[in-house]
Design a protein around this ligand. Structure first.
Ligand SMILES: C[S@@+](CC[C@H](N)C(=O)[O-])C[C@H]1O[C@@H](n2cnc3c(N)ncnc32)[C@H](O)[C@@H]1O
Ligand SMILES: [Zn+2]
Ligand SMILES: [Zn+2]
Length: 303
């Protein structure tokens, strides 16, 4: 006996009328948004053909994914999403062998998630920089050849790296690799028209650099007027702190103000540019530092 026809409700899209359809049919009929999140192919049961069933409930689990991973950190991109987070959705809505489309792919993290789960990915973006990054983060490479090339690049750049990114340990004097340099902004007080460095005046320092913040409200160090950070005009960037690990107990990270060596490196880069980077990468003139930061060499934000 033929099954009675089910009535379609307004909330039920036309393409979803059939509960059982082949994947290709489903994609042809479904609207763009629907195809990307409603259909999901179920594993074949007793029937010989794979079934595509409507997913009644959209994914509603919690998604938590850290950003401190090699792939995530391989290249920065605005509003970048960790692939481990995207993976949950890819896994829920698709099965291995299927194709995931991300037409706004940015740095291609959807492709990474899809590839890790043995799905294919179709990525595109308006920005050539995005498609360049996405393409290279998603193109399989020979791991051995890749590692060899990376080692060669690191070897070739070792002297330059030491020249640019080493600082003398404040305890033993050994030149040791810099972990980071903290830069802060100089700002002008709108009341007394004098400059100071935010780091010196508005710092809310915590045990780790990541947790530390700049307060949003604080008094001017020159005239004591109450100030709001977001209303202040920035002048230049100043290097205010370096971090490194050397001879401390358990190789604990140490922080220090920039020393003469560090300042001289920055001065040299400003004057001569970075070797092999061309003259266009030269930084700007140095100028007189504000009173609160007399030994610092500013870095022009327009550089
Ligand atoms: C939120 S970002 C995507 C970030 C990505 N999820 C990641 O993890 O890197 C949005 C992207 O959409 C792109 N975009 C904006 N308008 C677009 C358009 N009309 N066509 C294609 N791409 C567009 C932007 O260039 C940007 O890369
Ligand atoms: Zn002031
Ligand atoms: Zn040391």
């Amino acid at each position: 006996m033929p099954k009675p026809k089910k009535r379609r409700t307004n909330s039920q899209p036309k393409a979803m009328k059939k509960q059982t359809m082949k994947p290709r049919q489903a994609c042809q009929h479904a609207g763009f948004e629907e195809a990307s999140f409603i259909l999901r192919e179920e594993p074949p049961g007793n029937s010989e053909e794979a079934e595509v069933r409507r997913v009644e409930k959209p994914f509603c689990g919690n998604i938590r994914a850290g950003k401190n991973t090699y792939v995530y950190d391989a290249h920065t991109y605005h509003t970048k999403v960790p692939p481990e987070g995207i993976a949950k959705l890819v896994e829920y809505y698709t099965k291995p062998g299927q194709t995931v489309l991300d037409p706004f792919c940015g740095s291609g993290m959807t492709g990474v998630a899809a590839g890790n789960l043995r799905r294919k990915a179709l990525l595109s973006d308006l920005s050539p920089a995005a498609t360049f990054i996405a393409r290279h983060l998603n193109t399989p490479v020979c791991a051995d050849a890749y590692l060899q090339t990376v080692r060669k690049v690191l070897e070739d750049a070792a002297d330059l790296e030491a020249e640019l990114y080493h600082t003398p340990c404040r305890n033993c004097g050994t030149l040791t690799p810099l972990l980071y340099t903290v830069w802060s902004y100089g700002v002008m007080c709108p009341k007394c028209d004098r400059e100071f460095v935010l780091w010196d005046v508005a710092r809310d320092e915590k045990p780790s650099v990541r947790e530390s913040k700049i307060l949003s409200e604080f008094p001017c160090p020159h005239c004591a007027s109450p100030l709001k950070k977001r209303r202040m005009k920035r002048t230049h960037r100043y290097p205010v702190q370096v971090g490194y690990k050397c001879c401390g107990r358990g190789l604990k990270e140490q922080t220090a103000e920039l020393c003469e060596h560090d300042l001289a490196v920055l001065e040299r880069i400003e004057a001569e540019g970075i070797p092999n980077f061309g003259a266009g990468h030269r930084h700007r003139r140095t100028r007189k530092s504000p009173a609160s930061c007399s030994s610092r060499s500013p870095h022009s934000t327009s550089a």
